[in-house]
Design a binder for this molecule. Structure first.
Ligand code: ADP
Length: 925
């Protein structure tokens, strides 16, 4: 036990009380100590009284000195210093110490007490003890059952050891009494008062020191006694305690004590301050908690549940009703638990709130029942789409298999649980992938399937998705995190088994933010999507009931692993006849409906539809066609709404007022560019205005009852032109190929095929060959090959041999929406060059495609069907294609084949012959 600990003991109040009794019946007092030390101190303050003859008075404490023999038994003390004028209970355990006490009690009862230098040492010899100690009177009290002896010592006077006279059986020494020097000065008085004041503060800070001690201290007027009394009760190091004993001047002793007291006070006050601060912090939190609880109780009493509790309750209910799988429900409850413990103002609160909102609003168990009536499904598909027989057939197969599987499963009941195919677990869904140009009905087919099955339909475009997180969501730790597009769409559609259309799967990007296609794979793969884990939700969601349909324009850019998972169904562009049928049967009736017209109020004749197709749209699909037809319908609707039916009634010549179609501002000619353009109605488009009085022809006025509903407007070619303005497309080829050096290529594009004009020109110079038009490498090489071939055949073709020495040649492929790479423009480039060098224009109605070799062979190319449809669309009559592409002609619709001529070539010469035939000849033939 460290010495300082020992000094705590003096604060035991019972010790003080014992002191009082000690003086009357000292022998009866019992003292005990558990201290394992040889001599353990127990202290009591002994105020100076008249009864104690031993020590008295002020000045040199010489009285009673005669009672102290010059040779004393020396008892080494551990961890304690006994001062003169104080009494301390001690416990003595070691046999030699007991012997010493026994001998002392038999004699004069006076012994020398000295502190041992080393607290740890058991048997202190002469060298192990301090030389200054205290002579003390011993009262033996009693023997404890364990053999130790408890005694009370009363300090008499300071002694200095002169020499040890014996070490066995215990130490004895010759001593010299060394009384303290006491001065009676003002300084001593001041020091005393100061010490009493410091001690008072100290006692106030240490709760277990009884206040009586202050009273005692206040009443001591002997500075020496005060110094020793307070030193006995103070917590201090043994070294300090010994120093106080050793200092000769009492004034010095008081000074030293002042320093120690001050330091001790400082420590205690700082400790108290720390404690107080911690306490206030605690009580503040406790107070708030207490008040909040009270508020809750009051609100409850008033029947006003607080918002947070209500919200939590509401969420709890929603979680119960959501029908989540176990893991999700557990997570939801856990989060709800956290939520109810947070204050609403905490940032975390709204994060959890939003998360729970997502969880409870997902269609975990909401689904629609499939309508597997096959006949009805066929009817629905036919109702919505013209032709597309192959695709409809495939969809019917899909539905039929589904129906059978469900029926047979029900028949066989539950017993047959063993999977038949161990390699591949049962596939819920085939993933259909519709590939084709825009406007060919991919999306609307999806809607149709949903309608046929009675499922909900949801669409999500993947165009430009580069980040995996867009598919799979951001982790909740990100601020503003949300689930990915898949989960978002499912929440919107509120069903776990919708038809889910993923558009533009061919435009999924990939960069440093991660590969969305791998996330998509997980979504689409029936083996994996049973527990699709969105990063935000972080609990699995079963996507296996969702029927995914993907769409895209081209197949090549779809990542191969994704492509493998899907069943590809191709939709190619429509022919003019097909478009007319689609318009008649589907688009026009729909536009009439959507524009709130009645079928008897408008009619399109075939010529008008054809005109719209030829002059106002140039596309593989029918999207723009529908838009233009809609535009016409809107104009008629405006008339009807204004109560003025436009004039044409069947049989009447629909004379267009000249200022009506040409006088008003024209739409700028947009050229033969495909793609969406501003709705005609929104542009500065001319159109029939309400008949002005002066423009009204009498016969029309008589036939159209003004404002009367139900008067039919017949849309003829002229009327269509009047409504739609200047044609947007015309047969450009005639104009472009008028001069030698321009040839028409038919090209394949993601939007369904188009034509482009390849131009060659010459100028005086030396051997240069320039290629322009942002061409890809393959196309550049193709151009070089074309030139080399033409040069090598110059003589045969009848080209002046010097020509290449004297001229620069420039080959240009104009900008446009067509990707300019690939080998299939080879023959066209060669033809343009030949046309230029022979000074013979290319036939206007001829389009061509094919790769060439240096030796002049024509190699097969892809996309023949789309190319021919495009050629047909723009009005070309002849297409030159590689011989080896002949089988591809089987795919070309009959009506197109009927209207066109195909020249199959396997040598470039044949192409030249066909393309460079005399224009007039070809035009008449
Ligand atoms: P995509 O998704 O292929 O770009 P959409 O499905 O949006 O094309 O089709 C554009 C419009 O053309 C829709 O209104 C659709 O109903 C119509 N459509 C396309 N093909 C047909 C068809 N074969 N029969 C009837 N309408 C069609």
């Amino acid at each position: 036990m460290p010495p300082s600990e020992e000094h705590k003991q003096p604060f035991d109040p019972s010790a003080t009380l014992r002191t009082g009794r000690l003086r009357t019946e000292p022998e009866s007092e019992e003292q005990g100590s558990d201290s394992p030390t040889d001599v353990a101190p127990q202290t009591a303050l002994v105020p100076s009284t008249q009864e104690d003859k031993v020590l008295e008075g002020k000045g040199m404490a010489n009285e009673g000195l005669a009672d102290i023999p010059s040779e004393l038994a020396i008892l080494p003390l551990r961890s304690v210093v006994v001062y003169p004028l104080t009494a301390l209970p001690l416990t003595v355990g070691r046999p030699r110490s007991i012997r010493l006490i026994d001998d002392a009690v038999l004699g004069k009862r006076v012994i020398g007490l000295v502190a041992a230098k080393d607290q740890e040492q058991d048997d202190s010899g002469p060298d192990d003890v301090y030389q200054v100690g205290t002579a003390a009177l011993v009262h033996r009290l009693r023997k404890a059952p364990d053999g130790t002896v408890i005694l009370l010592v009363q300090g008499l006077e300071r002694i200095k050891i002169r020499e040890f006279t014996q070490t066995e059986p215990y130490l004895t020494a010759r001593v010299e009494v060394a009384p303290d020097f006491v001065e009676d000065t003002v300084e001593v008085e001041a020091l005393m008062r100061n010490i009493v004041e410091l001690f008072r503060r100290l006692v106030a800070l240490v709760p277990h020191i009884p206040d009586e001690l202050i009273m005692l201290a206040l009443h001591v007027d002997d500075p020496r006694q005060l110094a020793y009394a307070i030193a006995t009760y103070m917590r201090m190091d043994l070294d300090d305690a010994q120093e106080i004993l050793e200092i000769d001047e009492v004034t010095e002793k008081l000074r030293k004590l002042t320093i120690i007291l001050n330091r001790e006070l400082e420590v205690l006050e700082l400790g108290k301050k720390i404690q107080a601060e911690a306490q206030t912090e605690m009580t503040k939190v406790q107070r708030e908690y207490f008040l909040r609880e009270q508020l809750k109780a009051i609100k409850k009493e008033l029947g006003e549940e607080d918002e947070q509790t209500m919200e939590a309750e509401e969420l709890r209910q929603k979680i119960e009703e959501a029908g989540m799988p176990e893991e999700a429900e557990k997570e939801a409850r856990r989060e709800l638990d956290r939520l109810s413990k947070l204050p609403t103002a905490a940032a975390e609160y709204s994060v959890i709130r939003t998360y729970l909102d997502w969880l409870v609003n997902l269609p975990w168990s909401k689904s629609t029942e499939d309508n597997l009536d096959i006949a009805r499904a066929r009817r629905v598909l036919d109702e919505d789409h013209y032709d597309l027989d192959d695709i409809k057939e495939r969809i019917m197969e899909y539905l039929a298999v589904r129906k059978l599987r469900l029926e047979r499963k029900n028949d066989e009941g539950e017993e047959e649980k063993e999977p038949v195919d161990y390699i591949r677990s049962e596939r819920e869904g085939v993933i259909l992938c519709f590939i084709g140009p825009p406007g060919t009905g991919k999306t609307s087919l999806g809607r149709s399937i949903a309608r046929a099955l009675g499922r909900k339909f949801v669409r999500q475009s993947l165009g430009g998705v580069r980040d995996e997180a867009e598919i799979r969501g951001h982790r909740r730790t990100y601020i503003g995190a949300l689930p990915g597009r898949i989960i978002q769409a499912l929440r919107r559609v509120e069903s776990k088994n919708p038809i889910f259309m993923l558009d533009e799967i061919d435009k999924v990007g990939q960069d440093w933010r991660g590969d969305p296609s791998s996330a998509l794979l997980e979504v689409l793969d029936p083996e994996q999507n049973r527990d699709f884990r969105d990063h935000y939700l972080d609990v699995p969601f079963d996507l296996s009931q969702v029927m995914f349909i993907t769409t895209g324009n081209i197949l090549d850019t779809i990542p191969p692993p994704l492509r493998d998972r899907m069943e590809i169904l191709r939709l190619s562009g429509y022919t003019e006849e097909e478009k007319i049928k689609i318009a008649q049967q589907y688009l026009i009736p729909r536009q009439i409906r959507e524009n709130s017209l009645r079928p008897e109020e408008i009619e399109f004749n075939k010529g008008a539809i054809r005109k719209v197709i030829r002059d106002y749209t140039r596309e593989a699909g029918v999207r723009n066609l529908e838009r233009e037809l809609g535009s016409i319908c809107r104009k008629v609707a405006t008339k009807v709404a204004e109560g003025l039916s436009p004039e044409p009634v069947e049989g009447l010549s629909p004379e267009v007022p000249p200022d009506g179609s040409t006088g008003s501002p024209q739409r700028p000619d947009e050229g033969p560019v495909e793609g969406p353009r501003p709705e005609p109605a929104e542009g500065p488009v001319e159109g029939p205005r309400p008949e002005p009085a002066e423009g009204l022809r009498p016969e029309v006025a008589s036939l159209t009852a003004e404002g009367q509903e139900g008067v039919k407007t017949l849309i003829t070619e002229e009327k269509a032109a009047e409504f739609l303005g200047k044609p947007k497309y015309f047969f450009e080829a005639a104009e472009r190929t008028e001069i030698p050096g321009v040839a028409t290529a038919v090209a394949w594009t993601p939007t369904g095929g188009d034509i482009l004009f390849i131009e060659a020109t010459k100028m005086p110079g030396g051997k240069g060959f320039t290629l322009t038009g942002q061409l890809g490498d393959v196309m550049k090489e193709s151009a070089q090959a074309a030139l080399s071939y033409v040069r090598s055949k110059a003589e045969e073709l009848g080209i002046d041999v010097d020509f290449f020495e004297k001229n620069d040649i420039h080959l240009h492929v104009p900008a446009g929406s067509i990707p300019k790479d690939g080998p299939s423009a080879g023959v066209t480039m060669a033809t343009a060059l030949a046309s230029l060098l022979l000074d013979k224009p290319v036939r206007a109605d001829v389009g061509m495609t094919g790769e060439i070799t240096l030796r002049g062979q024509v190699l097969p190319v892809g996309g023949i069907k789309e190319k021919i449809l495009a050629a047909h669309r723009v009005g070309l009559k002849t297409v030159i294609l590689p011989q080896r592409n002949e089988p591809d002609l089987d795919d070309v619709p009959e009506e197109v084949k009927k209207e066109m001529t195909f020249i199959l070539a396997d040598k470039v010469d044949q192409v030249f012959t066909a393309a460079l035939a005399d224009r007039r000849e070809s035009e008449t033939s």
